[in-house]
Design a protein around this ligand. Structure first.
Ligand code: FPP
Ligand code: MG
Length: 298
């Protein structure tokens, strides 16, 4: 089914009749296609479902192109990012093209589906703006962090799952919660991996978030647990390029205070709730997607 989604995206791009856009699109690394999996596992492999999955993946790809410009990221999924190779202008415009083509195709689907997806893109954009604003200062407000990651990551997963359920005539509420929980847990784990994984496995530089100003969940919890002197020390490292010994200090503190386990367990609670919902619905594949997210070492 995922193959059909790839072909549909390709068809949409080819229909633009622009060789340069096609060439740039082909340079984008294909990701996990998590959103397409959610949609096709919920709504099956008929044409409407494939179109919806293709549209959502194009919107997601557009958001990552823009995100790499915003984050000054030079690597995406282990490869040089489009902004790193061709500059910000090309990355932004390629994002705009994927986004607007996706939206144009979205208007041809059922209006309820178009409403759910377009509403999620508003949340996605607000979430990204919040991320940028929160990153300007050392922010250890957990509620703000959760609200922001819901917007920038979970809203589109929630919308993918609920719109696919609507398409399939299923009761959508449980699917919406499943997508939301999965999205929040996914971002929590992504933020944790920035600390626990090496740049080789990450496909992007490690400990990059804090330098970018992002006080993600591990930093929020670490700050809470440090003594006053170390609180100041951590705060002073915010938004700076850390020396090797400063990086080691941060990693050591994270490990001493058991932060990876605390964060992982918090993500796991959300994933287990998502799994339980899918067990009730007999959705084996969706259950397994959630299970795979937590069934590994962090
Ligand atoms: C990645 O977060 C960012 C997102 C998932 C959302 C980005 C959203 C926008 C740029 C606004 C919407 C734009 C369009 C065109 C629809 P991250 O930086 O924490 O993750 P990363 O490590 O994968 O970069
Ligand atoms: Mg980013």
């Amino acid at each position: 089914m995922l193959n059909k989604v790839e072909l549909k995206i390709e068809q949409y791009i080819v229909s633009l009749e622009h060789a340069e856009i096609y060439r740039l699109y082909k340079m984008l690394p294909v990701g996990k296609r998590l959103r397409a999996k959610l949609i096709t596992y919920i709504a099956g492999g008929d044409l409407e479902s494939i179109k919806l999955a293709a549209i959502v993946e194009m919107i997601h790809a557009a958001s990552l192109l823009h995100d790499d410009v915003i984050d000054d990221a030079t690597v995406r999924r282990g490869r040089d990012s489009i902004n790193a190779i061709y500059g910000n202008k090309t990355a932004i415009m390629l994002g705009d093209i994927l986004y607007s083509k996706g939206f144009n195709e979205l208007t041809k689907l059922d209006s309820k589906i178009a409403d759910v997806i377009s509403d999620a893109v508003i949340k996605l954009s607000i979430g990204e703006l919040d991320d940028v604003n929160i990153s300007k200062s050392f922010c250890i407000d957990k509620d703000q962090y959760i609200k922001m990651i819901y917007g920038k990551t979970a809203s589109l997963m929630e919308a993918s799952a609920s719109s696919a359920a609507i398409l399939a005539g299923k009761v959508y509420e449980k699917y919406a919660i499943y997508g939301k929980n999965l999205g929040i847990a996914f971002q929590m784990i992504d933020d944790l991996l920035d600390i626990t994984a090496t740049s080789d496995t990450l496909g992007k530089p490690a400990l990059h978030d804090f330098k970018e100003g992002k006080t993600t969940l591990p930093y929020i919890y670490l700050y809470e647990l440090l003594d006053d002197k170390d609180k100041i020390k951590l705060k002073n490292m915010h938004k700076k390029t850390l020396t090797a010994s400063e990086s080691s200090w941060v990693l050591e503190q994270m490990s001493n205070h058991n932060i990876p386990t605390i964060c992982y367990n918090e993500a796991k609670v959300l994933v287990l709730e998502a799994m339980e919902l899918m067990r009730e619905e007999d959705e084996e594949k969706l259950y397994m997607i959630a299970n795979e997210m937590i069934d590994r070492e962090y």
